[in-house]
Design a protein around this ligand. Structure first.
Ligand code: UD1
Ligand code: CA
Length: 488
Protein backbone atom coordinates (compact mmCIF):
# COMPACT_ATOMS: atom_id res chain seq x y z
CA UNK A 1 0.00 0.00 0.00
CA UNK A 2 1.37 3.38 -1.03
CA UNK A 3 0.86 6.16 1.44
CA UNK A 4 1.01 9.86 0.67
CA UNK A 5 1.16 11.80 3.88
CA UNK A 6 0.02 15.38 3.70
CA UNK A 7 0.98 17.48 6.68
CA UNK A 8 -1.11 20.63 6.89
CA UNK A 9 1.06 23.39 8.25
CA UNK A 10 0.14 26.63 6.54
CA UNK A 11 -1.93 28.17 9.33
CA UNK A 12 -0.95 31.35 11.08
CA UNK A 13 -1.50 30.47 14.70
CA UNK A 14 -2.79 33.90 15.68
CA UNK A 15 -3.42 32.89 19.28
CA UNK A 16 0.24 32.13 19.87
CA UNK A 17 0.78 35.91 19.64
CA UNK A 18 4.16 35.29 18.10
CA UNK A 19 6.38 36.46 15.27
CA UNK A 20 7.33 32.85 14.80
CA UNK A 21 5.07 30.58 12.69
CA UNK A 22 3.20 28.25 15.04
CA UNK A 23 4.68 25.02 13.72
CA UNK A 24 8.18 26.25 14.57
CA UNK A 25 7.33 26.58 18.23
CA UNK A 26 8.98 23.72 20.07
CA UNK A 27 8.28 20.85 22.35
CA UNK A 28 11.46 19.52 23.94
CA UNK A 29 13.53 21.79 21.68
CA UNK A 30 12.02 20.28 18.55
CA UNK A 31 9.62 22.18 16.27
CA UNK A 32 6.03 20.94 16.37
CA UNK A 33 6.14 20.11 12.67
CA UNK A 34 9.29 18.03 13.15
CA UNK A 35 7.50 15.89 15.74
CA UNK A 36 4.79 15.09 13.20
CA UNK A 37 7.33 14.53 10.45
CA UNK A 38 9.50 12.19 12.55
CA UNK A 39 6.49 10.09 13.49
CA UNK A 40 5.23 9.81 9.90
CA UNK A 41 8.71 8.94 8.63
CA UNK A 42 8.35 5.66 10.43
CA UNK A 43 5.55 4.53 8.12
CA UNK A 44 6.58 2.22 5.31
CA UNK A 45 6.04 3.09 1.62
CA UNK A 46 5.31 6.63 2.55
CA UNK A 47 6.17 9.92 0.90
CA UNK A 48 5.58 13.17 2.71
CA UNK A 49 4.17 16.43 1.38
CA UNK A 50 4.07 19.48 3.60
CA UNK A 51 1.62 22.29 2.89
CA UNK A 52 3.15 25.44 4.27
CA UNK A 53 2.30 29.10 3.99
CA UNK A 54 2.53 31.39 6.95
CA UNK A 55 6.16 32.34 7.64
CA UNK A 56 7.12 30.41 4.50
CA UNK A 57 10.77 31.45 4.29
CA UNK A 58 11.58 30.84 7.92
CA UNK A 59 9.80 27.49 7.90
CA UNK A 60 11.73 26.27 4.83
CA UNK A 61 15.00 27.57 6.22
CA UNK A 62 14.56 26.05 9.67
CA UNK A 63 13.44 22.67 8.39
CA UNK A 64 15.43 22.51 5.17
CA UNK A 65 16.75 19.02 5.86
CA UNK A 66 13.39 17.26 5.94
CA UNK A 67 12.92 14.64 3.26
CA UNK A 68 9.60 15.96 2.01
CA UNK A 69 8.01 17.85 -0.87
CA UNK A 70 7.11 21.37 0.22
CA UNK A 71 4.00 22.87 -1.30
CA UNK A 72 3.19 26.47 -0.67
CA UNK A 73 -0.38 27.50 0.02
CA UNK A 74 -0.15 31.24 -0.57
CA UNK A 75 -3.57 32.05 0.87
CA UNK A 76 -5.03 29.97 3.64
CA UNK A 77 -8.56 29.35 2.47
CA UNK A 78 -9.27 26.30 4.59
CA UNK A 79 -8.17 22.71 5.18
CA UNK A 80 -9.85 21.54 1.94
CA UNK A 81 -8.07 24.25 -0.02
CA UNK A 82 -4.79 23.18 1.58
CA UNK A 83 -5.21 19.59 0.41
CA UNK A 84 -6.26 20.81 -3.07
CA UNK A 85 -2.72 22.22 -3.43
CA UNK A 86 -1.36 18.68 -3.32
CA UNK A 87 -3.91 17.12 -5.71
CA UNK A 88 -1.40 16.84 -8.57
CA UNK A 89 0.87 14.68 -6.45
CA UNK A 90 -1.80 12.12 -5.59
CA UNK A 91 -2.04 8.91 -7.63
CA UNK A 92 -5.29 7.00 -7.89
CA UNK A 93 -3.85 4.03 -6.04
CA UNK A 94 -2.41 6.09 -3.17
CA UNK A 95 -3.96 6.21 0.22
CA UNK A 96 -3.73 9.75 1.47
CA UNK A 97 -3.00 10.33 5.15
CA UNK A 98 -3.88 13.78 6.46
CA UNK A 99 -1.90 15.00 9.47
CA UNK A 100 -1.71 18.40 11.15
CA UNK A 101 1.64 20.11 11.71
CA UNK A 102 0.41 21.50 15.02
CA UNK A 103 -0.69 18.18 16.54
CA UNK A 104 2.69 16.98 17.77
CA UNK A 105 2.05 13.99 20.03
CA UNK A 106 0.12 11.70 17.71
CA UNK A 107 1.41 8.15 18.07
CA UNK A 108 2.52 5.88 15.27
CA UNK A 109 0.30 3.10 16.65
CA UNK A 110 -2.81 5.27 16.25
CA UNK A 111 -1.82 6.15 12.70
CA UNK A 112 -1.16 2.54 11.81
CA UNK A 113 -4.55 1.54 13.11
CA UNK A 114 -6.15 4.36 11.10
CA UNK A 115 -4.37 3.30 7.93
CA UNK A 116 -5.47 -0.29 8.37
CA UNK A 117 -9.04 0.97 7.94
CA UNK A 118 -8.62 2.70 4.58
CA UNK A 119 -9.28 1.06 1.22
CA UNK A 120 -11.16 1.78 -1.99
CA UNK A 121 -14.47 1.29 -0.19
CA UNK A 122 -13.75 3.04 3.05
CA UNK A 123 -12.43 6.28 4.47
CA UNK A 124 -10.69 6.11 7.87
CA UNK A 125 -11.33 8.84 10.40
CA UNK A 126 -9.70 9.41 13.78
CA UNK A 127 -12.20 10.75 16.29
CA UNK A 128 -12.11 11.43 19.99
CA UNK A 129 -14.71 12.00 22.70
CA UNK A 130 -14.20 15.20 24.64
CA UNK A 131 -16.01 16.38 27.77
CA UNK A 132 -15.75 19.88 26.33
CA UNK A 133 -16.01 19.61 22.54
CA UNK A 134 -16.25 23.38 21.95
CA UNK A 135 -14.41 24.58 18.87
CA UNK A 136 -14.15 21.21 17.16
CA UNK A 137 -16.03 19.73 14.23
CA UNK A 138 -18.68 17.27 15.49
CA UNK A 139 -19.13 13.74 14.18
CA UNK A 140 -22.74 13.29 13.09
CA UNK A 141 -23.97 9.68 13.02
CA UNK A 142 -27.28 8.26 11.74
CA UNK A 143 -29.65 6.02 13.67
CA UNK A 144 -27.50 3.00 12.75
CA UNK A 145 -24.45 4.65 14.23
CA UNK A 146 -22.89 5.27 10.79
CA UNK A 147 -20.98 8.51 10.34
CA UNK A 148 -22.81 10.65 7.81
CA UNK A 149 -21.03 13.99 8.03
CA UNK A 150 -18.91 16.37 10.07
CA UNK A 151 -20.34 19.70 11.10
CA UNK A 152 -18.05 22.52 12.15
CA UNK A 153 -18.83 24.27 15.44
CA UNK A 154 -19.72 27.50 13.67
CA UNK A 155 -22.15 25.75 11.35
CA UNK A 156 -23.67 23.47 14.00
CA UNK A 157 -27.18 23.77 15.45
CA UNK A 158 -27.80 23.50 19.20
CA UNK A 159 -28.53 19.78 18.94
CA UNK A 160 -25.29 19.09 17.04
CA UNK A 161 -23.29 21.15 19.51
CA UNK A 162 -24.19 18.61 22.20
CA UNK A 163 -22.26 15.89 20.35
CA UNK A 164 -19.10 14.99 22.23
CA UNK A 165 -17.42 12.93 19.54
CA UNK A 166 -15.22 15.30 17.56
CA UNK A 167 -13.10 15.30 14.44
CA UNK A 168 -9.37 15.19 15.15
CA UNK A 169 -8.75 16.23 11.54
CA UNK A 170 -6.63 13.13 11.03
CA UNK A 171 -7.92 10.82 8.33
CA UNK A 172 -6.89 8.43 5.59
CA UNK A 173 -8.62 8.64 2.21
CA UNK A 174 -8.39 6.60 -1.02
CA UNK A 175 -6.52 8.75 -3.59
CA UNK A 176 -8.79 8.54 -6.64
CA UNK A 177 -11.89 9.36 -4.64
CA UNK A 178 -10.20 12.17 -2.73
CA UNK A 179 -9.20 13.86 -5.99
CA UNK A 180 -12.77 13.70 -7.22
CA UNK A 181 -14.17 15.12 -3.96
CA UNK A 182 -11.58 17.89 -3.76
CA UNK A 183 -12.91 19.16 -7.07
CA UNK A 184 -16.39 19.42 -5.59
CA UNK A 185 -15.59 21.46 -2.48
CA UNK A 186 -17.15 24.88 -2.04
CA UNK A 187 -16.91 27.56 0.60
CA UNK A 188 -20.54 28.27 1.30
CA UNK A 189 -20.39 27.90 5.06
CA UNK A 190 -20.18 30.09 8.15
CA UNK A 191 -16.44 30.70 7.76
CA UNK A 192 -16.33 31.04 3.98
CA UNK A 193 -13.62 28.34 3.89
CA UNK A 194 -13.06 25.21 1.84
CA UNK A 195 -13.57 22.54 4.47
CA UNK A 196 -11.82 19.21 4.03
CA UNK A 197 -14.46 17.80 6.37
CA UNK A 198 -17.03 18.14 3.60
CA UNK A 199 -15.52 15.08 1.90
CA UNK A 200 -17.20 12.91 4.54
CA UNK A 201 -20.67 13.69 3.22
CA UNK A 202 -19.46 13.16 -0.37
CA UNK A 203 -17.94 9.82 0.58
CA UNK A 204 -21.23 8.67 2.12
CA UNK A 205 -23.08 9.78 -1.04
CA UNK A 206 -20.65 7.68 -3.12
CA UNK A 207 -21.28 4.62 -0.97
CA UNK A 208 -17.92 4.80 0.82
CA UNK A 209 -18.05 3.69 4.44
CA UNK A 210 -16.58 5.92 7.14
CA UNK A 211 -14.59 3.79 9.58
CA UNK A 212 -13.63 5.49 12.82
CA UNK A 213 -10.92 4.69 15.32
CA UNK A 214 -9.75 6.48 18.44
CA UNK A 215 -6.36 7.23 19.97
CA UNK A 216 -5.38 5.82 23.39
CA UNK A 217 -5.53 9.24 25.01
CA UNK A 218 -6.93 12.60 23.94
CA UNK A 219 -3.49 14.24 24.44
CA UNK A 220 -2.34 12.49 21.27
CA UNK A 221 -4.68 14.50 19.10
CA UNK A 222 -4.57 17.83 20.92
CA UNK A 223 -3.41 20.70 18.77
CA UNK A 224 -1.37 23.69 19.81
CA UNK A 225 -3.23 26.95 19.40
CA UNK A 226 -1.86 28.96 22.32
CA UNK A 227 1.01 28.91 24.79
CA UNK A 228 -1.06 27.20 27.48
CA UNK A 229 -1.63 24.25 25.17
CA UNK A 230 2.04 24.29 24.21
CA UNK A 231 3.12 24.02 27.84
CA UNK A 232 0.53 21.31 28.52
CA UNK A 233 1.83 19.17 25.65
CA UNK A 234 5.42 19.80 26.73
CA UNK A 235 4.59 18.32 30.16
CA UNK A 236 2.72 15.39 28.59
CA UNK A 237 5.68 14.68 26.33
CA UNK A 238 8.20 14.94 29.18
CA UNK A 239 6.18 12.55 31.29
CA UNK A 240 6.07 10.07 28.43
CA UNK A 241 9.84 10.26 28.09
CA UNK A 242 10.36 9.94 31.84
CA UNK A 243 8.14 6.86 31.86
CA UNK A 244 10.15 5.35 29.02
CA UNK A 245 13.43 5.94 30.82
CA UNK A 246 12.11 4.39 34.02
CA UNK A 247 10.96 1.37 32.03
CA UNK A 248 14.52 1.12 30.77
CA UNK A 249 15.83 1.04 34.34
CA UNK A 250 16.65 4.65 35.12
CA UNK A 251 15.79 5.98 38.58
CA UNK A 252 14.17 9.38 38.39
CA UNK A 253 13.69 10.86 41.86
CA UNK A 254 10.72 12.78 40.48
CA UNK A 255 9.59 12.15 36.88
CA UNK A 256 7.65 15.43 36.98
CA UNK A 257 10.87 17.34 37.51
CA UNK A 258 12.95 15.93 34.69
CA UNK A 259 13.38 17.20 31.14
CA UNK A 260 14.85 15.40 28.18
CA UNK A 261 15.22 17.75 25.24
CA UNK A 262 16.86 15.47 22.73
CA UNK A 263 18.10 11.91 22.72
CA UNK A 264 20.13 9.63 24.91
CA UNK A 265 22.27 7.68 22.48
CA UNK A 266 23.71 5.24 24.98
CA UNK A 267 21.94 4.51 28.21
CA UNK A 268 23.74 2.42 30.81
CA UNK A 269 22.29 0.52 33.72
CA UNK A 270 21.51 1.88 37.18
CA UNK A 271 21.48 5.55 36.38
CA UNK A 272 20.09 7.76 39.15
CA UNK A 273 18.85 11.20 38.31
CA UNK A 274 17.89 13.70 40.99
CA UNK A 275 15.33 16.48 40.52
CA UNK A 276 15.42 19.32 37.99
CA UNK A 277 17.91 17.74 35.66
CA UNK A 278 17.84 18.82 32.01
CA UNK A 279 19.40 16.58 29.38
CA UNK A 280 19.67 18.41 26.10
CA UNK A 281 20.80 17.43 22.59
CA UNK A 282 22.60 14.11 22.15
CA UNK A 283 23.97 12.62 25.34
CA UNK A 284 25.44 9.25 26.27
CA UNK A 285 25.32 8.06 29.84
CA UNK A 286 27.18 5.01 31.12
CA UNK A 287 26.27 2.63 33.92
CA UNK A 288 26.19 3.41 37.64
CA UNK A 289 26.00 7.11 37.01
CA UNK A 290 24.52 9.56 39.49
CA UNK A 291 23.39 12.97 38.37
CA UNK A 292 22.71 15.51 41.09
CA UNK A 293 19.88 17.99 41.35
CA UNK A 294 19.64 21.08 39.13
CA UNK A 295 22.20 19.93 36.62
CA UNK A 296 22.09 20.73 32.91
CA UNK A 297 23.92 18.43 30.51
CA UNK A 298 24.12 19.07 26.78
CA UNK A 299 25.70 17.02 23.97
CA UNK A 300 28.02 15.17 26.31
CA UNK A 301 29.36 11.69 26.88
CA UNK A 302 29.45 10.41 30.42
CA UNK A 303 31.35 7.22 31.24
CA UNK A 304 30.58 4.52 33.78
CA UNK A 305 30.66 5.06 37.55
CA UNK A 306 30.57 8.82 37.18
CA UNK A 307 29.13 11.01 39.89
CA UNK A 308 27.90 14.45 38.97
CA UNK A 309 26.95 16.41 42.06
CA UNK A 310 24.34 19.17 42.25
CA UNK A 311 24.25 22.34 40.17
CA UNK A 312 26.61 21.55 37.32
CA UNK A 313 26.50 22.82 33.74
CA UNK A 314 28.11 20.49 31.24
CA UNK A 315 28.24 21.10 27.49
CA UNK A 316 30.00 19.24 24.67
CA UNK A 317 32.16 17.48 27.19
CA UNK A 318 33.47 13.97 27.68
CA UNK A 319 33.67 12.61 31.21
CA UNK A 320 35.74 9.47 31.72
CA UNK A 321 34.85 6.47 33.86
CA UNK A 322 34.97 6.97 37.60
CA UNK A 323 35.18 10.75 37.46
CA UNK A 324 33.50 13.04 39.97
CA UNK A 325 32.20 16.45 38.97
CA UNK A 326 30.80 19.30 41.06
CA UNK A 327 28.97 20.59 42.90
CA UNK A 328 28.86 23.90 41.01
CA UNK A 329 31.20 22.86 38.22
CA UNK A 330 31.05 24.09 34.67
CA UNK A 331 32.44 22.02 31.82
CA UNK A 332 32.39 24.09 28.67
CA UNK A 333 32.71 22.77 25.11
CA UNK A 334 35.64 20.50 24.31
CA UNK A 335 36.40 19.57 27.87
CA UNK A 336 37.69 16.02 27.72
CA UNK A 337 38.24 14.29 31.02
CA UNK A 338 39.89 10.88 31.23
CA UNK A 339 39.25 8.31 33.95
CA UNK A 340 39.08 9.14 37.65
CA UNK A 341 39.28 12.87 37.24
CA UNK A 342 37.92 15.09 40.00
CA UNK A 343 36.50 18.48 39.15
CA UNK A 344 35.29 20.29 42.25
CA UNK A 345 33.24 23.32 43.15
CA UNK A 346 33.44 26.57 41.22
CA UNK A 347 35.78 25.10 38.64
CA UNK A 348 35.41 26.06 34.99
CA UNK A 349 37.05 23.98 32.28
CA UNK A 350 37.09 24.97 28.62
CA UNK A 351 38.69 23.36 25.56
CA UNK A 352 41.02 21.34 27.73
CA UNK A 353 41.93 17.73 28.24
CA UNK A 354 42.59 16.34 31.68
CA UNK A 355 44.34 12.98 31.85
CA UNK A 356 43.73 10.12 34.25
CA UNK A 357 43.53 10.69 37.98
CA UNK A 358 44.03 14.45 37.96
CA UNK A 359 42.26 16.73 40.42
CA UNK A 360 41.07 20.29 40.07
CA UNK A 361 39.03 20.58 43.20
CA UNK A 362 38.33 24.23 43.94
CA UNK A 363 37.79 27.64 42.36
CA UNK A 364 39.82 27.39 39.17
CA UNK A 365 39.70 28.29 35.50
CA UNK A 366 41.43 25.89 33.14
CA UNK A 367 41.13 26.91 29.49
CA UNK A 368 43.00 25.80 26.35
CA UNK A 369 45.07 23.46 28.46
CA UNK A 370 46.47 19.97 28.29
CA UNK A 371 46.62 18.57 31.79
CA UNK A 372 48.63 15.38 32.26
CA UNK A 373 47.79 12.48 34.53
CA UNK A 374 47.88 12.57 38.34
CA UNK A 375 48.16 16.32 38.32
CA UNK A 376 46.94 18.25 41.36
CA UNK A 377 45.78 21.75 40.67
CA UNK A 378 45.35 23.85 43.80
CA UNK A 379 42.51 26.18 44.64
CA UNK A 380 42.31 29.41 42.71
CA UNK A 381 44.54 28.39 39.83
CA UNK A 382 43.91 30.38 36.66
CA UNK A 383 45.23 29.68 33.20
CA UNK A 384 45.60 33.13 31.60
CA UNK A 385 44.91 31.95 28.08
CA UNK A 386 43.87 35.19 26.44
CA UNK A 387 45.85 38.36 25.81
CA UNK A 388 42.83 40.28 24.60
CA UNK A 389 43.40 39.22 21.00
CA UNK A 390 44.73 35.68 20.81
CA UNK A 391 44.31 32.52 22.83
CA UNK A 392 47.31 30.45 23.91
CA UNK A 393 47.77 26.96 25.29
CA UNK A 394 49.03 25.77 28.62
CA UNK A 395 50.59 22.34 29.01
CA UNK A 396 50.88 20.74 32.43
CA UNK A 397 52.99 17.58 32.64
CA UNK A 398 52.09 14.34 34.40
CA UNK A 399 52.36 14.42 38.16
CA UNK A 400 52.71 18.20 38.40
CA UNK A 401 51.52 19.99 41.53
CA UNK A 402 50.24 23.52 41.05
CA UNK A 403 50.09 25.47 44.32
CA UNK A 404 46.99 27.47 45.13
CA UNK A 405 46.33 30.93 43.73
CA UNK A 406 48.65 30.49 40.80
CA UNK A 407 48.35 32.15 37.43
CA UNK A 408 49.81 30.30 34.47
CA UNK A 409 50.36 32.84 31.72
CA UNK A 410 50.02 31.00 28.40
CA UNK A 411 51.75 29.94 26.29
CA UNK A 412 53.54 28.05 29.02
CA UNK A 413 54.58 24.50 29.84
CA UNK A 414 54.89 23.04 33.30
CA UNK A 415 57.20 20.06 33.41
CA UNK A 416 56.50 16.56 34.65
CA UNK A 417 56.36 16.23 38.41
CA UNK A 418 57.11 19.95 38.64
CA UNK A 419 55.87 21.82 41.70
CA UNK A 420 54.70 25.39 41.45
CA UNK A 421 54.70 27.32 44.71
CA UNK A 422 51.42 28.82 45.82
CA UNK A 423 50.69 32.37 44.75
CA UNK A 424 52.98 32.28 41.73
CA UNK A 425 52.59 34.04 38.43
CA UNK A 426 54.28 31.71 35.98
CA UNK A 427 55.31 33.29 32.70
CA UNK A 428 58.12 30.96 31.66
CA UNK A 429 58.28 27.21 31.13
CA UNK A 430 58.98 25.42 34.39
CA UNK A 431 61.29 22.40 34.46
CA UNK A 432 60.46 18.82 35.37
CA UNK A 433 60.86 17.64 38.96
CA UNK A 434 61.71 21.05 40.43
CA UNK A 435 60.04 23.69 42.54
CA UNK A 436 59.35 26.90 40.68
CA UNK A 437 57.75 29.92 42.28
CA UNK A 438 57.49 33.63 41.79
CA UNK A 439 56.47 35.39 44.92
CA UNK A 440 57.29 38.55 46.87
CA UNK A 441 59.39 37.63 49.87
CA UNK A 442 57.56 37.92 53.19
CA UNK A 443 58.80 40.60 55.62
CA UNK A 444 57.80 41.68 59.10
CA UNK A 445 58.15 45.36 59.96
CA UNK A 446 59.63 46.07 63.38
CA UNK A 447 58.02 48.72 65.53
CA UNK A 448 55.11 49.31 63.22
CA UNK A 449 51.96 50.55 64.92
CA UNK A 450 48.43 50.47 63.76
CA UNK A 451 46.99 53.85 62.84
CA UNK A 452 44.79 55.51 65.49
CA UNK A 453 41.37 56.83 64.70
CA UNK A 454 41.01 60.63 65.08
CA UNK A 455 37.88 62.55 66.04
CA UNK A 456 36.41 64.52 63.20
CA UNK A 457 34.21 67.62 63.55
CA UNK A 458 31.48 68.58 61.09
CA UNK A 459 32.49 65.76 58.79
CA UNK A 460 35.84 67.51 58.32
CA UNK A 461 39.13 66.88 60.09
CA UNK A 462 40.24 69.44 62.67
CA UNK A 463 43.51 71.26 62.09
CA UNK A 464 45.06 69.66 65.14
CA UNK A 465 43.86 66.26 64.00
CA UNK A 466 45.47 66.76 60.58
CA UNK A 467 48.71 67.74 62.23
CA UNK A 468 48.75 64.59 64.27
CA UNK A 469 48.19 62.48 61.17
CA UNK A 470 51.12 64.18 59.46
CA UNK A 471 53.34 63.61 62.50
CA UNK A 472 52.35 59.96 62.63
CA UNK A 473 53.17 59.50 58.94
CA UNK A 474 56.67 60.78 59.62
CA UNK A 475 57.14 58.13 62.27
CA UNK A 476 56.14 55.28 59.94
CA UNK A 477 58.95 53.02 58.79
CA UNK A 478 60.00 53.61 55.17
CA UNK A 479 58.70 50.22 54.09
CA UNK A 480 55.14 51.31 54.69
CA UNK A 481 55.40 54.43 52.59
CA UNK A 482 56.10 52.84 49.28
CA UNK A 483 59.57 51.38 49.31
CA UNK A 484 59.63 48.00 47.65
CA UNK A 485 61.20 45.27 49.67
CA UNK A 486 63.84 43.77 47.50
CA UNK A 487 63.22 40.31 46.22
CA UNK A 488 65.96 37.76 46.18
C1 UD1 B 1 -10.21 21.61 11.87
C2 UD1 B 1 -11.39 20.78 11.39
C3 UD1 B 1 -12.26 20.39 12.57
C4 UD1 B 1 -11.46 19.65 13.60
C5 UD1 B 1 -10.22 20.46 14.01
C6 UD1 B 1 -9.32 19.64 14.86
C7 UD1 B 1 -11.91 21.52 9.14
C8 UD1 B 1 -12.82 22.37 8.31
N1 UD1 B 1 -12.14 21.55 10.44
O1 UD1 B 1 -10.74 22.79 12.39
O2 UD1 B 1 -13.33 19.57 12.14
O3 UD1 B 1 -12.24 19.37 14.74
O4 UD1 B 1 -9.48 20.85 12.84
O5 UD1 B 1 -8.29 20.43 15.34
O6 UD1 B 1 -11.07 20.84 8.60
N2 UD1 B 1 -4.41 24.68 7.60
C9 UD1 B 1 -3.72 24.93 6.43
N3 UD1 B 1 -4.27 25.76 5.49
C10 UD1 B 1 -5.46 26.32 5.67
C11 UD1 B 1 -6.17 26.07 6.86
C12 UD1 B 1 -5.61 25.24 7.81
O7 UD1 B 1 -2.61 24.42 6.24
O8 UD1 B 1 -5.90 27.05 4.77
C13 UD1 B 1 -3.81 23.79 8.60
C14 UD1 B 1 -3.50 24.48 9.90
O9 UD1 B 1 -2.18 25.00 9.89
C15 UD1 B 1 -3.66 23.38 10.92
C16 UD1 B 1 -4.72 22.49 10.30
O10 UD1 B 1 -4.75 22.80 8.92
O11 UD1 B 1 -2.50 22.62 11.07
C17 UD1 B 1 -6.09 22.72 10.91
O12 UD1 B 1 -6.45 24.04 10.72
P1 UD1 B 1 -7.29 24.82 11.79
O13 UD1 B 1 -7.55 26.19 11.31
O14 UD1 B 1 -6.68 24.66 13.13
O15 UD1 B 1 -8.66 24.00 11.73
P2 UD1 B 1 -9.86 24.13 12.72
O16 UD1 B 1 -10.69 25.27 12.32
O17 UD1 B 1 -9.39 24.04 14.12
CA1 CA C 1 -6.95 24.02 15.29
Amino acid sequence: MNIKTIILAAGKGTRMRSERPKILHEIANKPLLKHVYDMSRQLENNSIKIVYGHGAELVRETLSDLDAVWIEQKQQLGTGHAVQQVADYISDTDNVLILYGDVPLLKLSSVKQLISNVNEHSLALLTVNLENPAGYGRIVRNADGQVIRIVEEKDANDQEKLIKEVNTGIMAIPGDKLKKWLGQLNNSNAQGEYYLTDVIEMAVADGVTIVTSQPDTADEVLGVNNRMQLSHLERVYQQQQAARLMEQGVTLRDPARFDLRGEIERLGQDIEIDINVILEGKNSIGSNVKIGANTHIKNSTIGDNVEILDLCIIENAVIGNGSRIGPYARLRPESVLAEDVHIGNFVEIKKSSVAMGSKINHLSYIGDTTVGSKVNIGAGTITCNYDGVNKFRTVIGDGAFIGSDTQLIAPVTIGKNATIGAGSTITKDSPDNQLTLSRARQTTVDGWQRPIKHECKDAGVTTSGMKEVEQRKEQLPRTMSGTIVEEK
